[in-house]
Design a protein around this ligand. Sequence first.
Ligand SMILES: Cc1ncc(COP(=O)(O)O)c(C=O)c1O
Length: 407
Amino acid sequence: MHIHPDALAVAGAFAPDQPAILNRPHAAARAARFFVEKFPGRSLYAVKANPSPELLRVLWDAGITHYDVASIAEVRMARAALPEATLCFMHPVKTPSAIIEAYRDHGVRVFSLDSIEELEKIRDATTAANGGILPEDLTLCVRLRVSSEGSELSLASKFGCDLTGAGELLQATRQVADSLGVCFHVGSQSMSPHAYVQALERVRAAIVDAAVTVDIIDVGGGFPSIYPGMEPPPLEDYFGVIDRTYESLPVSYSAELWCEPGRALCAEYNSMIVRVERRRGTELFINDGAYGALFDAAHVGWRFPVRLLRDSAANEDGETETQDFSFWGPTCDDMDHMEGPFALPADIKAGDFIEIGMLGAYGAAMKTAFNGFGATEVFEVSDEPMSSQYRGDRRDPRVSDNVVSLR
Ligand SMILES: Cc1ncc(COP(=O)(O)O)c(C=O)c1O
């Protein structure tokens, strides 16, 4: 694929009629290398955040060997893209047929669960897939419910067993598993490293209660990226407290520490060029929206960085007058609305192109064809993402006005 310098060059050369997704493989590779080098354990990539096969190969080349997959379609796709990768089926509610196919045809040996019913399902389905003999190579991770406090998107309600039932479930799982893990998810875009400490303390209580040998502690995803109004502490802070708390847990001497970042590995991978189709006051009608890559902007009011793609948006004084805008997406649906606010030059008009940044995680992956929209063009660019926590030049968000807040 031809590599373009940036979004402005793409808009200038192609004036894309459809929303255009921009790939930045160098940014994803840099994020992956950061986790591989600095996380004090193994980093799995959570494929759901962005399942693009090109991205999977970038992450693989940068050293990510394990992948968290949540459906049989993700298993098949990840296996086709990465024949040698270790796939971990981490959805706690799976169909028997998905487990059988994953075990028998795709070499999946790692599964997660949060109930006795799911444990029995995994036991029976893998036994069937193994010619009627219970396999001796299963890694089973019991998912514990933990607080999502401090995260921007809760994952505390749907999955995870409560502490009261965890001891019994861990003991039952130990009977089936060759390797036993405990996993959790603190919620996506977790703004506080302390969330992982609290969750690991719950893990400690569950292990003590169960009195079983645990081989894997999987701290899940939730590692944040940088968005307007959301400036998290450096990832090193997260890794530091996770490492210290993990080291004090009662686990087997050969135990492993895992994490499953989705967002943090791919947020910087994509941005998108959209076109303004109509302006109505401070409302801009653009050609992507709630049913496209802007799902989070519409449904959870997430703000993404934006810039107008114009050679010079400055006035005679060399300044750009900006104004706050909201967006309407292309479908005929009132819910196709992104409140923002998105600050853009005040003279923006129909026909202008806008780059919307940081759409690599749960952005490009969310596109649907609803209402006949959803077609995209894809370009590769070599410039920097609109924000990055991996460039090494980040201002420490805890330092302001010469005051350093103590952790
Ligand atoms: C089991 C599991 N692991 C990892 C992730 C990735 O989370 P994040 O993108 O917040 O890092 C998710 C997201 O839903 C998940 O469900």
